[in-house]
Ligand binder design. Structure first.
Ligand code: AMP
Length: 279
């Protein structure tokens, strides 16, 4: 496995390999969710490239960026065991070569949900992902549904800019207690974790309600919020039910919809979602 730290070297790596390349962009602190993307990338491509880059441009607060978990040695050993060909891990100075003045803004999809609470976040994501696509030139790029809005935004960017890459969204991997795996979960206290479990449980209630024929968004939302309010020290940011394509709020679940929850627990932002459909 090659560990590559410069843009020039990753371009060279790409020009030297033949066959298809699957790219898995990450910010490191890898867990089984990341590794599920790596596994599928390995099944579908001749070569796997994983990027590890904690992207300062997608963080609102400097302290959140500074305290983001970094576990490079463990990450590299997991990727080596998984048969990854190349790990691209530039530092911020290398990635942005001092200053990058271009911004990529996907209108409409980015001003709500995560975008409302984290202004500029998706512009930062789009910039780094498009740079990675240009450098690695992958045939396929793997993203987790756990960050459903990110999947929508990146797919829109790829479509709008005719980027020659196929986006492959992958299912959310969860812990035994239902909590979606996240690099940030390691910062949860024992009681915080108890509270955080109310998030997948609330999504489970929504799933059950829809299965029972309940399609009123108002009613379903209220039920989810009520469940979340039973968790100590869980500050709910939003519970939204939106159209899968436009991410616009729905009144009724009469088409494929996303139920999205964001909450803060132990100062850690947690997000999760569920895809539902009345049909
Ligand atoms: P991150 O390192 O948090 O930027 O995540 C890198 C990629 O892994 C993103 O596409 C995430 O959506 C995906 N990912 C993160 N957590 C999970 C999970 N629990 N299950 C599946 N994919 C995930």
């Amino acid at each position: 496995m090659q560990v590559i730290r410069t843009r020039r070297d990753i371009r060279n790596w790409r020009s030297e390999v033949s066959g298809s390349v699957g790219l898995v962009p990450t910010m490191g602190a890898l867990h089984a969710g990341h590794m599920s993307l790596v596994d599928v990338a390995g099944q579908e491509n001749d070569h796997i490239c994983v990027s590890i880059f904690v992207n300062p441009r997608q963080f609102g607060s400097k302290s959140d960026f500074a305290t983001y978990p970094r576990t490079t040695d463990e990450d590299l050993s997991m990727l080596q065991d998984a048969g990854v060909d190349a790990v691209f891990m530039p530092d911020a100075g290398e990635m942005y070569a001092g200053s990058a003045r271009t911004s990529i803004h996907v209108a409409d999809l980015t001003d709500r949900l995560e975008g409302a609470s984290r202004p500029g976040h998706f512009d930062g994501v789009c910039l780094v992902v498009s740079k990675l696509f240009n450098l690695v030139q992958p045939d396929h790029a793997y993203f987790g549904w756990k960050d459903a809005q990110q999947v929508r935004v990146i797919q829109q960017m790829v479509d709008d800019l005719d980027m020659p890459v196929q986006i492959r969204p992958m299912p959310t991997v969860r812990d035994d207690d239902g909590l979606a795996l996240s690099s940030r979960n390691c910062g949860l206290t024992i009681s915080g974790r108890e509270s955080a479990r109310h998030i997948p449980a609330a999504l489970g209630l929504v799933e059950q309600a829809v299965r029972n024929g309940e399609f009123s968004v108002d009613l379903i939302r209220r039920r989810a919020i009520e469940h979340l309010s039973g968790a100590e020290d869980l500050e709910v940011d939003y519970v939204q039910i939106v159209d899968l394509e436009s991410l616009q709020p729905l009144d009724r679940i009469d088409r494929p919809a996303l139920v999205l929850i964001a909450a803060i627990c132990d100062d850690i932002r947690l997000i999760d979602n569920l895809l539902v459909s009345s049909v």
